[in-house]
Ligand binder design. Structure first.
Ligand code: 2AM
Ligand code: CA
Ligand code: CA
Ligand code: CA
Length: 289
């Protein structure tokens, strides 16, 4: 680890604890809740205050680094965001990951801070202030939960043994959506399924072996910037849902202990094959008529 990266990590850990303490304290008071797009897409004053805190610390200590944060940059699409920001060091922050849990006072949410250099993740920190669990990783340096080195689970080697987590948006549950048939297939083929409501923590739980794997569609860079590095540094595998190399602007993510990875991506490939068959039959019929 370079001394620069060690210093960035120290700051990320310090500020994650600071933001975590703030969101925990703000839980004691009335939460000021606002709707973003709908009843399932919410933001609180705590989300905004924590992002502000992180942005202020960053502007003071690293004025030359760029920032991408959910509550101030949420409207931009990921490709444009990365293009605009360019190279150098960047900080990708989710002030509260698991806002719905936070609002319902379910003790499962975190602050997530990912650091990238020229587009590549170099360090990541995810902190759950209620359990006081701080996950971190630096590229090439392994992954940690507090002071202990962590590793993905070596026990579950087949999908039938896997405990998987996922998450969906309210908008995913319509008739034509792929979400329902996929859930059905996974429920039928894995040990069991969880929907915990905080993607950054799901990734860390894959990294420390509590979960065998995790998949999600439509995540944003701040959901996965820290957690995806923590998984790979813990010996796990991260790709898109078809098994292609993962990057932060991607529309889908699959993170596993490695052993179960191909079985999981093959479930998504089944959908592609099915839609190919439907398309092919339609073409054939049109050709014959
Ligand atoms: P958030 O709490 O920071 O919004 C839940 O499946 C996971 O998806 C959470 O990590 C949540 O992050 C994220 N997510 C991102 N956009 C979402 C949306 N529009 N609705 C629900 N969850 C969303
Ligand atoms: Ca999030
Ligand atoms: Ca958030
Ligand atoms: Ca949100």
């Amino acid at each position: 680890m370079s001394s620069m990266e060690a210093q960035l990590l120290r700051h990320a850990m310090l500020w994650a604890r600071e933001a975590g303490t703030l969101m925990k304290k703000m839980l004691d008071d009335e939460l000021h809740i606002e709707q973003k797009k709908n009843d399932s897409d919410l933001v609180t004053q705590a989300d905004r205050r924590c992002e502000e805190l992180l942005r202020n610390r960053l502007a003071q200590v690293y004025p030359g680094h760029w920032i991408l944060g959910e509550e101030m940059d949420g409207g931009i699409d990921s490709y444009t965001a990365f293009k605009q920001r360019g190279g150098g060091y960047g900080w990708i922050i989710d002030p509260i990951d698991g806002t719905t849990n936070y609002i319902h006072r379910i003790p499962h949410f975190a602050v997530s801070i990912g650091i990238v250099k020229d587009g590549q993740p170099v360090a990541g920190v995810v902190y759950n202030p209620l359990t006081d669990e701080l996950f971190h990783a630096v590229k090439g340096g392994g992954a940690y939960l507090n002071d202990a080195r962590i590793q993905v689970s070596q026990k579950e080697r087949r999908l039938s043994e896997a405990v998987l987590a996922t998450g969906f948006y309210a908008g995913d549950w319509h008739e034509e959506s792929e979400a329902l048939p996929q859930i059905k297939r996974f429920v039928g083929s894995c040990r069991n399924l969880r929907m915990n409501g905080a993607a950054s923590l799901d990734l860390c739980w894959v990294a420390c072996g509590r979960l065998t794997g995790f998949w999600h569609r439509g995540l944003h860079p701040w959901d996965a910037a820290a957690g995806s590095l923590i998984v790979t540094e813990a010996g796990g595998r991260v790709t898109d849902r078809f098994g292609a190399a993962f990057h932060l602007a991607m529309d889908s993510l699959v993170a596993t202990n490695g052993w179960t990875h191909d079985e999981i991506t093959s479930i998504f490939l089944m959908d592609v094959e099915e839609s190919y068959v439907v398309w092919r039959d339609k073409e054939e019929k049109a050709f014959k008529s």
